[in-house]
Design a protein around this ligand. Structure first.
Ligand code: GDP
Ligand code: MN
Length: 422
């Protein structure tokens, strides 16, 4: 858990990718169509919809699922929000379109296989492998609803806002007084009083109050039973026929619960994740990809943070957060090195090990072995200190590798920044 909050701090303090980055890693994020199916199972109102992966499937689905609809909502499926206002690299504007039924096929063709860039994807964007075709609802009111975990109350909290559709960050800025927060006592579960407070926060215009409370209770049930860390519905909408509908949802799940949420975790889509992070997760390394030019290999989360800070202080930017852990094996060190060297953005690598439980000679052997496996094109700055430091230094020296050695952390960071700039 400490690592998780740390990950949050890292991405926020450096504001690289912000909220998004932190949620991509160590938490399962599922596609909108998968979330809709799960919500449907819990009796939550969702639009009728079907996900397709090809133009042929789109054509067939329109005939089968929407034979009488004039218009259909076509939604790009990527694991990032802000799609409505996103732009495809092809030039097509918007990742969510409402089109005539006969136009679905051609639009799906323009979205599938293409890269969509939104506020949350970063400039590299994400590939659209599926589009979700939904019935077009006439939305008369868009609200915001979320359940997440709150540090202060150490439990779930429901956030409701009568204005929705745009991101919570924007809502919080524009309508700070309209955001209702209702903490839930996990032991009691959601009470009628809690649900009523949430309804007051949403302030639906026409939907029946009891029906709204029922939907909120079902959402809370899903959140708890599925080990969610976030269930965000934006918009939670009112339709012209006075129904409350979850028109778009983002669900995240706690990876510590993977063992008891096998069905949910089978939905993981690695194609949407940072490939560096996928590789790191396989090797059981604590890694967060960032946008800088200095690859960091450090043992211990605290030291990793300090290393990143000191790189910044010397005018550089870290390419990643990587904590190889207190007792990494040589194999893990090799994997870590492979991930760092396969990243084009990395112009220099800084290895900063304070040997405690982790021994300097193990790290040194890992570096030497990794260097044999991958062609080292960038300078490597090494600072070793602590347990078995002499053996470690000897291994590096005898390997014949060209390394830049550093005396202390400050010296190491300065040398790495200089090396990356050359
Ligand atoms: P996001 O931009 O990634 O959050 O994608 P959304 O699924 O929230 O879609 C963006 C916007 O499209 C929503 O806020 C709605 O205003 C609109 N939208 C989505 N589905 C429907 C629908 O069925 N009917 C109507 N009228 N608007 C919709
Ligand atoms: Mn949305």
């Amino acid at each position: 858990m400490a690592w998780r909050s740390l990950g949050k701090f890292v991405s926020q303090s450096l504001s690289v990718g912000g909220r998004w980055q932190q949620q991509q890693l160590r938490r399962l994020n599922i596609h909108e169509y998968q979330g809709a199916e799960l919500m449907g199972k819990y009796g939550i109102n969702v639009p009728k919809g079907v996900a397709v992966a090809s133009v042929e499937e789109a054509k067939e689905a329109v005939q089968r699922v929407f034979p009488n609809e004039k218009e259909v909502v076509v939604k790009s499926q990527i694991l990032a929000g802000g799609r409505g206002l996103g732009t495809f690299k092809s030039g097509l504007k918007g990742g969510v379109h409402i089109v005539k039924a006969e136009e679905v096929e051609s639009l799906a063709g323009k979205m599938l296989g293409q890269i969509l860039v939104t506020k949350q994807t970063g400039p590299q964007g994400k590939v659209v492998s599926k589009v979700y075709l939904c019935e077009k609802l006439s939305l008369v009111n868009e609200m915001y609803f979320a359940i997440t975990l709150d540090r202060t109350t150490a439990g779930p909290i429901i956030i409701a806002c009568r204005k929705g559709g745009t991101s919570i960050e924007d809502l919080a800025e524009k309508y700070p007084d309209m955001i209702a927060k209702v903490p839930i006592d996990v032991f009691k579960g959601i009470t009628d009083k809690d649900a009523a407070k949430v309804v007051d926060g949403l302030a639906p215009k026409a939907v029946d109050r009891n029906a709204s409370m029922e939907q909120i209770k079902k959402l809370y049930k899903l959140f708890c039973e599925c080990d969610c860390t976030l269930l965000e519905i934006n918009p939670l909408a009112e339709t012209a026929d006075n129904q409350l509908v979850a028109a778009d949802a983002k669900l995240n799940f706690d990876d510590n619960a993977a063992f008891r949420q096998k069905e949910v975790f089978a939905l993981r889509d690695p194609s949407q994740e940072d490939p560096r992070e996928v590789a790191a997760a396989k090797a059981d390394l604590n890694y967060i990809g960032l946008d800088g030019e200095i690859g960091c290999m450090v043992n211990g989360a605290g030291l990793a943070m300090a290393t990143m800070d000191i790189i910044k202080l010397h005018g550089g930017t870290p390419a990643n957060f990587l904590d190889v852990g207190g007792n990494a094996s040589e194999g893990q060190v090799v994997e870590a090195f492979k991930i760092l060297t396969s990243d084009d953005k990395v112009k220099a690598i800084l290895v900063n090990i304070f040997g405690g439980i982790m021994k300097c000679d193990v790290i040194a052997s890992g570096i030497v072995n990794a260097a044999k496996l991958v062609s080292l094109k960038v300078p490597v700055v090494v600072r070793l200190e602590g347990t078995n430091v002499e053996q470690g230094k000897r291994i590096l020296k005898e390997s014949g590798m060209t390394l830049i050695t550093a005396e202390d952390l400050d010296d190491a960071a300065e040398k790495a920044v200089k090396a990356a700039a050359q």
